[in-house]
Design a protein around this ligand. Structure first.
Ligand SMILES: [Zn+2]
Length: 145
């Protein structure tokens, strides 16, 4: 359910075909650049090798960066019970612009905002649990705040 909804949002707001076209031209350009640069050094054999590796680097590079960022700042931080990852949480709906999530392991509920993660107590009161600064990692919010 939740992935269907977010996929639909992503597709309509990102301009799917425009993005694809952009990346296609970008990869092709990197392939051609790789071919020309490598051929300068090793001769004609550099064209196919440089073309393929240029595309591979430009295709894989951004994905590695995204994967690294996701490791550094996971979109879904760990629950208090230690379980983490998107698949650990059940999406219950939206509450005031935040995602209401339930941990599949222990049943704790959280509100997920862009940079903060609030735990919803059984009485319905949400208290800050984790937050992160831009490009910082998730950090515990001290209970006194
Ligand atoms: Zn849990």
């Amino acid at each position: 359910m939740q992935s269907q909804v977010s996929d639909r949002i992503r597709r309509t707001s990102a301009g799917f075909t425009g993005i694809e076209l952009f990346w296609g031209i970008f990869w092709l350009g990197c392939g051609i650049a790789g071919a020309l640069v490598l051929a300068e050094y090793v001769g004609a054999i550099g064209y196919p090798i440089g073309f393929v590796s240029g595309i591979a680097v430009s295709y894989g590079g951004p994905r590695l960066v995204i994967a690294g960022l996701d490791w550094w700042i996971p979109e879904y931080p760990p629950c208090r019970c230690g379980h983490s990852g998107k698949s650990n949480y059940k999406f219950e709906g939206w509450r005031h612009g935040s995602q209401l999530l339930t941990c599949r392991n222990c049943g704790r509920q959280y509100l997920k905002k862009v940079r903060s993660f609030l735990q919803v107590n059984p009485d319905g009161v949400a208290r800050p649990y984790l937050m992160h600064r831009p490009f910082g990692r998730w950090q515990h919010v001290s209970e006194t705040n």
